[in-house]
Design a protein. Structure first.
Lengths: 256, 170
């Protein structure tokens, strides 16, 4: 019993320690960000790494998420004889929830792991220490551009995901199942407000900040061993997923 | 150098694609109209009940959208809803005895303000108040009115038994 309490207390302490370290790290990253923007070359490279390279998986998944949504939505709405509302239902659920969340999860899996393992390997092979020896600040040179690249990429990826998914909904709903095309689009336009689009992009941006920060933090602070790099990668995915879903609830509650 | 160029090009493509997607979402699937400051004038109308009317709902004449509902407020002195309408400047010759009503598009569609032109020579100016209004129809009131009438007819027609049991047979 005593051991259990002790275990619990020590894991709580460890959690608090990591949380504090991450907050400090976040402060340092944000403080360095304006300086890093003065050297856009490095940031552009990271937008390529996190954004352009994630594009294929985002578009493929978006298409299929949209197609499934079309099938399920049609099946459900048909019972009430209102298949024409498929556009509205799909557009709102994609903009508000599915788009940002699924994009963030894919982003954590594709770009977050790449960032964490890259930084972890740099740590393990002493590249970061070598930079410090050469009086190059690894935060400014390596960490911050990667963070900014992720932050810029996520809203764009979210928008692409939603647009492709809507095409998927339209493909299944209108082309395969025969929902009236005019009704589909006009009802969607009538019901979707600008605020809904903004909500999706704000969520995408917030998840981008969170997932990128977690990835660079875990990679930068990885144990300098092969096992440590692996663990940092795993933690990146797990923590990103949990934080994304928790943040999603909080943001929804605020913006509703 | 070659490699950094391909990176630049693909990054540019990616950013362009993302921006296009955002533009598509904002302009194609929302009802927002991106006219940069179209000239318009305001009218006010007081309603006893606005039903489910919302700011941003269309204002139409003969089915053509001529403006939007800008805001809906409540006047504590009159105990009425004050609806501000923003009408496109192009439609500035509406007779000032026209009437405004809150109507519903389709059976379950959204509500909008419909304006029926009157016969006056004078036209509405910025800030004018629409005198003749027709409140939103509340379905519950309509049904209860119908039921009451039915009940009264039956009661006066001598079929008291049905109303006593609370069964209303037409």
């Amino acid at each position: 019993m005593k051991a259990l309490v002790g275990d619990l207390a020590s894991s709580l302490m460890e959690f608090l320690e990591r949380l504090g370290a991450m907050t400090r790290f976040a402060g340092a990253v944000v403080a360095q960000s304006p300086a890093a923007l003065l050297r856009p070359r490095l940031v552009v490279e990271q937008v390529y790494n996190t954004g352009a390279l994630s594009l294929v998986i985002i578009m493929t998944c978006g298409l299929f998420v949209g197609m499934v949504l079309g099938l399920q939505g049609y099946e459900l709405l048909q019972r009430f004889g209102s298949e024409e509302s498929l556009g509205v239902g799909a557009a709102l659920s994609l903009l508000k929830e599915l788009g940002p969340v699924v994009t963030a999860l894919l982003f954590a899996g594709r770009a977050g792991t790449a960032l964490a393992s890259e930084l972890g390997l740099m740590r393990a092979t002493d590249q970061l220490s070598a930079m410090e020896v050469m009086a190059v600040d690894p935060m400014r040179r390596v960490v911050v551009p990667r963070f900014l690249g992720g932050v810029i990429s996520m809203p764009l990826l979210t928008a692409v995901f939603i647009a492709v998914a809507l095409y998927g909904v339209q493909l299944v709903g209108v082309q395969f199942l025969g929902v009236d095309q005019g009704q589909f689009w006009s009802q969607m336009r009538g019901a979707v407000e600008f605020e809904d689009v903004r909500e999706g992009l704000v969520k995408g941006f917030t998840f981008g900040v969170a997932c990128s920060l977690i990835a660079v933090f875990e990679g930068y602070n990885a144990q300098p061993t092969a096992e440590g790099v692996g663990r940092a990668t795993t933690r990146t995915v797990v923590i990103s997923a949990v934080v994304t879903l928790v943040l999603d609830y909080i943001l929804t509650a605020i913006m509703l | 150098m070659r490699k950094s160029r391909t990176i630049d090009i693909s990054t540019g493509l990616f950013v362009l694609l993302g921006m296009t997607a955002i533009l598509f979402l904002v302009t194609q699937i929302t009802n927002r109209e991106f006219a940069l400051r179209t000239d318009s004038y305001r009218l006010q109308a007081q309603f006893g009940n606005v039903g489910g009317l919302k700011a941003g709902a269309p204002v139409s004449m003969a089915g053509v959208t001529i403006g939007r509902v800008e805001s809906i407020g409540y006047d504590m002195d009159l105990f009425k809803a004050v609806v501000t309408l923003r009408i496109d400047k192009r439609y500035d010759e509406i007779p000032n005895d026209s009437d405004a009503g809150i109507l519903t598009a389709g059976l379950l569609g959204g509500q909008y303000v419909g304006i029926t032109p009157g016969g006056s020579e004078e036209t509405f100016k910025d800030g004018d108040r629409v005198e003749f209004v027709q409140d939103a129809i509340v379905l519950e009131n309509l049904i209860s009115k119908y039921l009451f009438n039915q009940a009264r007819e039956q009661a006066t027609g001598g079929e008291v038994a049905a109303t006593q049991k609370g069964e209303l047979q037409p």
